[in-house]
Design a protein around this ligand. Structure first.
Ligand SMILES: *[C@@H]1O[C@H](CO)[C@@H](O)[C@H](O)[C@H]1NC(C)=O
Ligand SMILES: *[C@@H]1O[C@H](CO)[C@@H](O)[C@H](O)[C@H]1NC(C)=O
Ligand SMILES: *[C@@H]1O[C@H](CO)[C@@H](O)[C@H](O)[C@H]1NC(C)=O
Ligand SMILES: *[C@@H]1O[C@H](CO)[C@@H](O)[C@H](O)[C@H]1NC(C)=O
Ligand SMILES: *[C@@H]1O[C@H](CO)[C@@H](O)[C@H](O)[C@H]1NC(C)=O
Ligand SMILES: *[C@@H]1O[C@H](CO)[C@@H](O)[C@H](O)[C@H]1NC(C)=O
Ligand SMILES: *[C@@H]1O[C@H](CO)[C@@H](O)[C@H](O)[C@H]1NC(C)=O
Ligand SMILES: *[C@@H]1O[C@H](CO)[C@@H](O)[C@H](O)[C@H]1NC(C)=O
Ligand SMILES: *[C@@H]1O[C@H](CO)[C@@H](O)[C@H](O)[C@H]1NC(C)=O
Length: 779
């Protein structure tokens, strides 16, 4: 098919430019290949006066519903922002004296737009040659189509002559570009760069070439460093020496000479190559070194005619034993001292043990949200949440709370579903979620939960955060009562809905497979652990206690999600974040897993940290002594531990990517390692997710500006997204929610004031109706 088109195009090129075609004049080149998103011009125009100038498919079926075109009797017909689905055979059509006249057929083919620069790879980062030697370097690049270039340049940006081999494997075009120096000279030295470019940008890989006059061996002490490297260590410690070997041609052998015999199990020598380099590292390690092993240690390397040696001075200090006690002391005093000493030592050991035990319990729980008190450039002072007030008006009697199923569970805390009697109005039952600590929690976690409570009170209520409804702080463990969101967390909600979304949108098997895999993975996870908020979905709650819910609007559990839903979720989260920002609050863990979806499909921000098993969640990566959601974090948070509203904006961009990929893991298939950090530092951005409209992808990219001040504010984002939404639906819906919320909180006076004296007296643990279910633990 493609080949035919090419031939057709060639033949057409040889013909005159345009010709008379019935009532039309048409351009002879009627094979049109355009890139996705660009405009397609069909050069046909009526030569006589005619009406109903329009575009049709050659086979007379209906035009694609989303196809927009413009007609111009002097230019022809322009199809706007072409999509892949527009490819086909078209004719221009008019009516002359009431009869339809069509032009000849235009063959329109739309190419997929490339979104990444081509991939590039060279075999090494550095190499070395003696003048006159040969050198051959290979650079492999690949791109989805042929429209890309690959070339080698030297350090003065001169293009070098190369030999290219082109192959197509699995729909990817691979180019292998080889440069050959038959006689390397000094002038070839420097950075040789393989550059590859397509419309989406360029990518480079560099090989540093070092050229020397003659063969050489150069040794550099790496551990310890310095011109006269010396090591001082105690008897029994491990001695480790390292030397970097830079030689050309490669050394034939290298040996350590030491003051001791080498043939013991504690002695080890290694010689290893540095990855992607011609250099090597020689290591010597001696465990449990003795004092008589002090002296000069040296490493000797030899090549064809050259040797090199480097020497280390090693001093091993003898560990002296404590002197015997003076005889003048009476044995009584001596025994007392011994006893006291051993007691102290024992105490120290116990303390150490406790400390180690406590440290093993990391990470400690703390609420990620912080409220800025004063900001002075990048120096923030945070409000100490322990100093925030707690108003007993929020107190809710424990005995009116009936705890149910566990919704999520972490190392120290959990969230359970519950029903509250008389929270909104007397005798009314409200479905709520209750956050509490587990028995394993320590004093710090108890304080942390109290801080969280105070922060929520300080922030106040908003439609797009999971609002506090009340708390139990007296007469038992602290319980935080919050809104219940029946659809669980956004991440799992999107993943569950992805298959039905796909029915309307997917064209390719490839995509649906990705989602099938995701679903399987997720089902698999669910068998093993109950750590996702969505688990409550399996047992839909029974009719009791759901008063008033059904009136919340017809938005409940849609059978299929569409782009509008995704846009609305994005808008909701932006509104919630805008609210937090207006309260000087930074969230520090903005991610789809920390957004809940309510009955009426309103997205609400929360911090699910307490009820998440961070230790076993691969999204939280060890960095320093903390576990952090690195893939969601801005570069300044990763590298400088700097958290600001702008770094929340970055994370929000990642959350958008999660939404519009229907719950895929960000930077799919990328492991968080040194390369990842480098990538982020260099400004790598994820590509457009499958379901993101171009405008949303633009917002994501703005959120991922390396320069924090260039990122949009949450209020900018709210505006940008609402511009994409049909006015009536969202704004009306949002207004409704806000009104409803106001109503709800008015009826509660925005605080629950239900604590009568008699209730407070009874709120001891035995009287809590906590025996309702047995799948959670009490203190
Ligand atoms: C008409 O042609 C278009 C593309 O040229 C194609 O997608 C469509 O299926 C065709 N319709 C029929 C009925 O053949
Ligand atoms: C259209 O009809 C008019 C009169 O009926 C006639 O003069 C004219 O030639 C016709 N045009 C064409 C293109 O057939
Ligand atoms: C380039 O590709 C060829 C095969 O296509 C392979 O043999 C060679 O190792 C590759 N080189 C690099 C640097 O990836
Ligand atoms: C080579 O090009 C890069 C950018 O493409 C430029 O920064 C650099 O200065 C150029 N070097 C020379 C020697 O022209
Ligand atoms: C390499 O080039 C130098 C100077 O250009 C020349 O003197 C020498 O003979 C060449 N060697 C070979 C092997 O071609
Ligand atoms: C780069 O290549 C050009 C042409 O091959 C040559 O004239 C120039 O000396 C080279 N420069 C370096 C630094 O290699
Ligand atoms: C080669 O590139 C590296 C890093 O990109 C740079 O530090 C070095 O100065 C460059 N060397 C030359 C000779 O251009
Ligand atoms: C070194 O140890 C090996 C076995 O571990 C032994 O066969 C060899 O004789 C020893 N050589 C010397 C010089 O002690
Ligand atoms: C090089 O090493 C050999 C033995 O390995 C030795 O005989 C020779 O003297 C050494 N030469 C130099 C310059 O160190």
């Amino acid at each position: 098919m493609n080949r035919e088109m090419l031939y057709a195009a060639l033949i057409v090129l040889l013909l005159p430019i345009s010709s008379q075609d019935g009532v039309f004049r048409v351009h002879q080149n009627r094979v049109i290949i355009q890139e996705e998103d660009s405009d397609v011009l069909l050069k046909c125009f009526p030569t006589i006066s005619a009406t109903h100038f329009t575009l049709r498919l050659a086979n007379d079926s209906a035009l694609p519903p989303d196809l927009h075109f413009m007609t111009d009797v002097t230019q022809g017909i322009v199809i706007r922002a072409a999509r892949l689905s527009y490819r086909g055979e078209y004719v221009c059509s008019v009516r002359v004296n009431g009869t339809r006249r069509d032009s000849s057929v235009f063959y329109v083919s739309i190419k997929k737009k490339v979104r990444f620069p081509p991939a590039v790879c060279v075999e090494v980062d550095e190499c070395v040659r003696v003048t006159g030697e040969k050198l051959q370097l290979t650079c492999n690049t690949s791109n989805p189509d042929h429209t890309f270039i690959t070339e080698w340049q030297n350090s003065s940006n001169q293009t070098l002559q190369d030999k290219k081999t082109i192959k197509t494997i699995d729909g990817m075009v691979h180019v292998m570009s080889v440069i050959n120096f038959l006689n390397v000279t000094k002038s070839n030295a420097g950075n040789l760069t393989c550059i590859t470019k397509n419309k989406a940008g360029k990518n480079t890989a560099t090989v540093f070439l070092r050229v020397t006059e003659k063969p050489y061996v150069s040794l550099t002490p790496l551990k310890p460093r310095g011109l006269k490297p010396t090591v001082e260590l105690m008897e029994g410690a491990t001695l480790e020496l390292m030397v970097e070997i830079d030689a050309h041609p490669p050394i034939q052998d290298g040996r350590w000479s030491t003051p001791r015999t080498k043939n013991t199990s504690t002695y080890m020598e290694t010689l290893s190559n540095i990855h992607r380099s011609y250099r090597q590292v020689a290591t010597l390690s001696i465990k449990r070194i003795r004092a008589d092993e002090s002296g000069w240690y040296s490493f000797n390397a030899w090549g064809a005619n050259i040797n090199a040696t480097t020497r280390f001075k090693v001093s091993v200090h003898h560990v002296s034993h404590p002197p015997p006690p003076p005889h003048a002391w009476t044995s009584q005093i001596f025994i007392t001292i011994i006893t006291a000493t051993s007691f102290t030592v024992m105490l120290l050991f116990i303390l150490l043990g406790v400390c180690v035990y406590r440290c093993k319990q990391t990470p400690k729980y703390e609420i990620r949200w912080k409220i800025i008190e004063v900001s002075n450039g990048n120096n923030y002072t945070y409000i100490d949440p322990t100093q925030l007030p707690y108003n007993t008006k929020w107190e809710f009697p424990r005995d009116r709370l009936m705890l149910g199923k566990v919704l999520g569970s972490g190392a120290f805390g959990k969230v359970v579903e519950a029903t509250a009697l008389g929270l909104e109005k007397d005798d009314h039952i409200t479905q709520v979620a209750v956050k509490m600590l587990k028995a394993s929690a320590h004093l710090e976690e108890k304080e942390a939960l109290m801080c969280e409570l105070k922060i929520l009170i300080h922030l106040g209520c908003h439609a797009n955060i999971v609002n506090l409804l009340g708390a139990c702080t007296h007469g038992g463990p602290v319980l935080l009562i919050t809104e219940f969101c029946s659809h669980g967390d956004l991440l799992n909600f999107l993943r569950r809905k992805a298959p039905s979304f796909s029915n309307s949108v997917f064209h390719t098997h490839k995509l649906s497979n990705i989602y099938r895999n995701l679903m399987e993975q997720q089902n698999h996870e669910n068998c093993h652990e109950i750590n996702s908020y969505m688990d409550m979905q399996q047992g839909r709650r029974s009719g009791e206690g759901t008063h008033g819910r059904d009136s919340e609007g017809g938005q409940r559990d849609p059978s299929a999600l569409n782009i509008q839903h995704l846009l609305r979720f994005s808008a909701h989260v932006a509104q919630g974040m805008n609210f937090l920002a207006s309260k000087n609050c930074i969230h520090r863990d903005v991610a789809a897993r920390n957004v809940l979806v309510s009955d009426s499909l309103v997205a609400k921000i929360c911090d699910f940290g307490l009820a998440r098993d961070i230790m076993n969640d691969s999204n939280y990566v060890v960095r320093g002594n903390a576990r952090l959601p690195v893939k969601w974090m801005s570069p300044e948070s990763i590298f400088e531990c700097l958290y600001t509203v702008q770094s929340d904006v970055w994370s929000y961009g990642i959350l958008l990517w999660e939404i519009f990929s229907l719950g895929r893991n960000p930077y799919p298939d990328v492991v968080v390692d040194a390369r990842f950090y480098k990538m982020i530092r260099c400004g790598y951005q994820m590509s457009q997710p499958d379901f993101a409209p171009n405008e949303m992808y633009k917002i994501m990219k703005m959120c991922w500006s390396l320069e924090p001040t260039l990122r949009p504010t949450f209020s900018n984002i709210v505006q940008m997204i609402s511009a994409l939404l049909p006015e009536t639906s969202t704004q009306q819906q949002y207004k409704n929610i806000q009104q409803e919320l106001t109503r709800k909180f008015e009826s509660m006076e925005c605080v629950t004031d239900k604590t009568n004296e008699d209730h407070r007296d009874k709120t001891s643990e035995e009287q809590c109706p906590l025996t309702h279910s047995n799948n959670y633990q009490l203190y």
